[in-house]
Write a protein of this length. Structure first.
Lengths: 205, 103
């Protein structure tokens, strides 16, 4: 267990990186600050003796999600920032008021409870071996469901982000040539063609 | 030794920062980042309660956080794909300009 100074340094680092991620103007800078905040959280997880979660946090958040965010910003021209344009919404005062209310509702019970000031039991550790054993025995069904969910999310993300231009081209292929097996993903099916392709799909299937 | 309230306080403040970003920013990508911060604050609470609780030897909190991280990764992938798809139709990621479902 680390002492309070280590924890406070980690907390200050994490919170300032998070505030910077929410306040900077350029979205690329926001994404990089968010990566710093996720890394700070990983350090806090390591301080709580959750080594596996700490390293998974670094792999998933610092490695994957930050890079994905930066890719999205660059793909959507979000990095071209106008200096004058507002980055906060028009109703930001309402948002801040709601935030203060929510934060108070969270933090008041935390600091008024006597449970909050207990210190940690001495021995609590979760070695990777016990995590693996639990995943393969007690949490086997959730693990399988999670694998299914991740597969579905991956395929769904690709389908959603995929350009639908090739599908349009495929729709105007003559009926004698075109195989109507791949029309399901098109988001803009022409009405006249849609009926014919669906019928052909029924016949081919 | 750090008392439990320190970790809960850090988690609450991080949730507040993420929430403020999610409700006040205009850029959809930054709003997603704020949601990720809120999810991470919840993970922090799970780990803290597991560490300070009467867990024994079972890594229950760790398990919840593993599944939570997996769901957060799936959510981020689908959310960013949605942002790219909306951008292709509207040429913007500013949420105040995306106000009708009709493409």
């Amino acid at each position: 267990m680390p002492n309070k100074i280590t924890f406070c340094l980690t907390a200050i680092f994490t919170l300032s990186a998070a505030v910077a991620a929410m306040r900077l103007r350029n979205p690329v800078h926001c994404a990089l600050s968010a990566a710093l905040a996720f890394a700070g959280l990983a350090v806090a997880f390591l301080g709580l003796d959750a080594e596996f979660i700490g390293f998974a946090q670094i792999l998933v958040y610092v490695g994957a999600i930050s890079i994905l965010t930066i890719f999205t910003v660059l793909l959507t021209r979000g990095s071209e920032v106008e200096q004058r344009a507002a980055i906060f919404s028009r109703s930001w005062i309402t948002g801040i008021a709601i935030t203060i209310g929510v934060t108070g509702a969270i933090l008041l019970p935390v600091f008024s409870s006597s449970l909050s000031f207990k210190t940690a039991p001495v021995a609590a550790s979760a070695p990777v071996q016990s995590i693996g054993n639990e995943l393969m025995t007690r949490y086997l069904l959730p693990l399988e469901v999670m694998g299914l969910l991740l597969t579905a999310a991956l395929v769904g993300a690709v389908v959603i982000a995929m350009s639908d231009a090739p599908d349009k081209k495929r729709l105007v292929v003559p009926a004698s040539v075109g195989r109507a097996s791949v029309t399901g993903f098109s988001s803009e099916v022409l009405p006249a063609k849609a009926g014919t392709t669906n019928q052909r799909e029924l016949t081919t299937v | 030794m750090t008392p439990l309230s320190y970790y809960l306080g850090l988690s609450g403040l991080l949730f507040a920062v993420g929430f403020a970003g999610a409700v006040t920013r205009r850029n959809a990508v930054i709003v997603l980042l704020g949601i990720e911060f809120m999810l991470n604050a919840a993970n922090m609470n799970f780990i803290a309660f597991w560490r300070y609780g009467v867990s024994g030897t079972a890594p229950t909190g760790i398990m919840v956080v593993i599944f939570s991280i997996a769901i957060a990764a799936a959510e981020a992938a689908v959310g960013l794909a949605l942002i790219i798809a909306v951008y292709r139709h509207r040429q913007t990621t500013q949420l105040e300009q995306i106000d009708s479902l009709k493409g």
